[in-house]
Design a protein around this ligand. Structure first.
Ligand code: UD1
Ligand code: PEP
Length: 426
């Protein structure tokens, strides 16, 4: 297992171009199955999860190449609607295949998806929505078989604005007969990106970005070329890393509107942020101020995917802050690791009470999930001394070689791998 070794205490400085969004690229890759032919996707980040998705698509019969940041996907020879369990279990996003396969084949055979251990992560809303569209669903142990001779548009109210369920149902409904209306839909920017992509292929979808999405079914979709939006969580991670190391960093290729809740939080912490078009400049020389209370909630509120990273900043703040996690019940595992680095955090149920300290100290810590891992990297950059972050494969799910990104910004960080030259081919 790879490790990251970080010599902390150096402010980040310089400029960085933000990668395309994992959480937009994954459903869009799955949605590509809805059209027959060659789809070209630009700004697709080189990540473990993307590799897994491409391997699933190949297993289903597609030809897929990822050259630089461009994926060329030919779906012409798609021949099966059965996703192998070994690949399904590698990540949560494998569940995105269910909607498109059902729409295209009238059948999808999948398994319970895998992914980071951040909570129970049920898929009941996905399944209920597909049933409402006319699918018959059989669950046999881990295996899920969905069948429908014909999907028919209907009104679906989500009891929670699940990002994945919203996306899966958009993809299933796009070829259904008639109109589907999703209410209490998730409003994340990645859902808007999926709408733009599907519409570019000929779909008729309106409303993504609001809580009501209307999908008028069409007979078929045609392939297109499409560019994925920038990753707001990677941008946010770098912004927090700049602030925690009291550095000055310029981020290019961002969509600042997607980061407004984080920008608001960072400004409250005393960090200077300047926005200019798609550029964000972060500058922070002083000790951060504590923040009375931050609560993670669906977009446009503060994102769970930036909770652990911002918590690191608050461990160094002047005063006591509270961070409440409302989306995933198992997403405070980094607290134990941060405490090993000298942070003063007490957890009560889903809230972390963070008393700022003047310094974190390097330690050997373990990434328990993707964003927890990113948080530990930030802590290591800000800490005095050497930090070793283990279980880096979690971080590789969402950051394109995080050590390269940070080295460009002056960080002293390197990867140690038991297998020589194991970097993915580029
Ligand atoms: C690939 C992707 O886009 N991942 C993001 C997506 O995950 P994901 O799509 O899995 O997140 P959801 O919005 O679906 O999940 C949010 C909450 O709803 C619950 N739930 C969800 C579906 C369901 O059928 N039943 C149910 O109870 C989940 O257990 C969780 O507690 O949104 C999350 C919340 O912003 C982000 O942290 C993830 O980075
Ligand atoms: C939880 C995340 O992703 P996923 O839903 O793919 O597990 C994340 O990106 O932080």
């Amino acid at each position: 297992m790879d490790k990251l070794v970080i010599e902390g205490g150096k402010p980040l400085s310089g400029s960085i171009v933000i990668q395309g969004a994992k959480n937009a690229a994954l459903p869009i890759l799955a949605a590509s199955l809805l059209a027959e032919g060659t789809i070209t996707l630009d700004s697709v980040p080189r990540l473990l999860d993307i590799e897994v998705m491409l391997n699933i698509l190949r297993e289903l019969g597609c030809r897929a190449e990822h050259v630089g940041e461009t994926v060329v996907l030919d779906t012409t020879a798609l021949h099966t609607s059965h996703v192998p369990e070994t690949l399904m279990s590698k990540m949560r996003s494998s569940i995105f295949l269910m909607g498109p396969l059902l729409a295209r084949f009238g059948e999808a055979q999948v398994y319970q998806p895998g992914g980071c251990a951040i909570g129970e992560r049920k898929i009941d809303l996905h399944l209920q929505g597909l049933e409402a569209l006319g699918a018959e669903i059989e669950e046999i142990g881990n295996r899920i078989v969905c069948r429908s001779a014909k999907l028919t548009g209907t009104d679906i109210h989500l009891s929670f604005p699940s990002v994945g369920a919203t996306e899966n149902l958009m993809m299933a409904a796009v070829l259904a007969e008639g109109r589907t209306t999703l209410t209490n839909a998730a409003r994340e920017p990645e859902i808007q990106d999926l709408q733009r992509f599907l519409n570019a292929m000929g779909a008729k979808i309106m409303g993504a970005g609001t809580d009501t999405i209307t999908i008028d079914g069409v007979a078929e979709l045609t392939p297109c070329r499409y560019k994925i939006i920038p990753d707001r969580i990677v941008a946010g991670t770098i912004m927090v890393a700049a602030a925690a190391t009291r550095g000055a960093v310029t981020l290019q290729n961002t969509q600042p509107a997607h980061l407004s809740s984080l920008i608001h939080v960072l400004r409250r912490a005393g960090v200077q942020i300047v926005v200019d078009g798609d550029i964000i400049k972060v500058d922070s020389a002083a000790r951060p101020k504590s923040i009375e209370r931050i609560v993670t909630s669906p977009y446009p509120a503060f994102p769970t995917d930036l909770q652990s990273q911002v918590m690191v900043l608050l461990t160094l703040a002047d005063g006591v802050s509270i961070m409440k996690e409302t989306i995933f019940e198992g997403r405070l595992k980094h607290v134990g690791e941060l405490s090993r680095m000298g942070a003063d955090i007490r957890v009560d149920m889903n809230a972390a009470f963070i008393r700022g300290v003047t310094r974190l100290y390097g330690a050997t810590v373990e990434a328990t999930d993707l964003r927890a891992g990113a948080a530990l990297v930030i802590a290591g950059l800000a800490a005095q001394g050497r930090t070793i972050v283990e279980q880096v494969h979690h971080i590789d799910r969402g950051y394109d070689r995080i050590e390269h990104m940070l080295t460009k910004l002056g960080a002293r960080i390197s990867r140690f791998s038991p297998v020589p030259n194991n970097e993915p081919a580029r």
